[in-house]
Ligand binder design. Sequence first.
Ligand code: GTP
Ligand code: MG
Length: 464
Amino acid sequence: MAYKDQARARNNQSALKSRFSEYAAAVQSPAMVSRVANARGFLLLLLRRLRRHLPWIIIIVAITVLEILYHIRSPLETLAEPLDKPFATGCRNPPIDAPRANATLLMLARNSDVNGAVAAIRSVEDRFNHWAHYPIIFLNDEPFNSTFTTALSSVSSGEVTFATIPRGMWSMPSQLNNERAQKAMVFQKDHKVPYGGMESYHHMCRFNSGFFYDMAELQKYRWYWRIEPNVRFTCDITYDPFIEMQRAGKKYGYIIALWELIGTAPTLYRKLSDYKTLHSFPTTRLWSALIKRSIAPWPIRKMLALTQRNRNSAGDKWNTCHFWSNFEIADMDWYRGPEYRNLFSFLDQDGGFYLERWGDAPIHTLAAAMLLKDSEIHHFRDWGYSHPPFQYIPATPKLRKKGDWKLGELQNVRVPEEVRERNEMRGCNCEVSFELSSVIHPYCANVVGRALYGTADVDIDAQG
Ligand SMILES: Nc1nc2c(ncn2[C@@H]2O[C@H](COP(=O)(O)OP(=O)(O)OP(=O)(O)O)[C@@H](O)[C@H]2O)c(=O)[nH]1
Ligand SMILES: [Mg+2]
């Protein structure tokens, strides 16, 4: 050690020593001794006083505990009959000659997505559209080039349409202050909100939330099936999902349910929750299932509601479960109706598509939970689907023993051989490829499953 460093270390040591002896002297000083004695006396007095009020204290604590238990209880009554059922288990004879629904497949893509788009359409054709021949509409915010149109025309068995989105549907709302929005996007980028710094991504989320169903090319259709580049369907689809949805009175269908990163939409739930109260929409089972109830007692919950913008007015949060909208089959008449339009325009006026990074997935989910009946929502639990990094496999449970699942963690779950052998897959000719993507954790699927089926989707307690 250099001489200077040794001297500095010695100085530090002696400074420490002198601070310690000052502290020891202070603690032992008559003033401190009397302060400690006073505090002890005060505590004893307080305890004695409290003892006199013990019965009241017990009553207050009991009421608080009961109130908390009442607040966090599951408000969902058991279902005599599931509100939703798979349209099929196993394979059916595809209704090749049956009439088709008023429906289209729909893909939003960039020219640069051409390879992923071809792969996704090949998969849909291979598993479904080679016998159904539904039309496919491709949308882009700029004109598609000939590489894209040629490649996609050659893999689609239905009529294809390539459309360019009008500027007004792919831009910021006029009332939003551009400078404020730009600052907000920089903030999101700095705070690592996924895609938060990409203006085009915000346009895409706004478009998918509020405008796609108003595109001229979609006007003649009622139903759509959303497909994204690079997705894969991993089971044969041997029935017409549009016809089945229509027959069963369904309006919105999903495959994967998962958690949202709350940083993308910190105020969305509060705003929608207040909107629901203002318009007196009834509380559906799904809406209830999406609430993460606070375990704080009532007055504290109320305080939290006042001070934290991600809580509803009761002080509770959204558990962030939502339908992953990169796949959806839905009835556009629902979006085109006044209730959804009013809701979208309320959100658009707020500016949260840019000031935060609201995705169309939570918007569609919370809107469905608010505006649709529980029985109008369908889970395609008999379909296999991959959108990297996650896939859903339509296996009946028993995948893993309890404890192997960790919330939010990517899993590479293997379906045990005996499950495969017992043919416990719900779908038809499913392939389970673990190279494709990780199997999604069933936390949100179970939350929604309990609301709509009355049981979990995947029983994680079962032994593998
Ligand atoms: N035309 C066009 N399409 C876009 C643009 N940004 C995203 N999309 C499409 O919008 C959909 C969602 O975009 P993705 O980039 O897949 O976003 P994501 O699914 O949230 O995120 P990933 O995990 O990256 O797939 C896809 O169909 C994209 O092709 C864009 O700037 N222009
Ligand atoms: Mg995607």
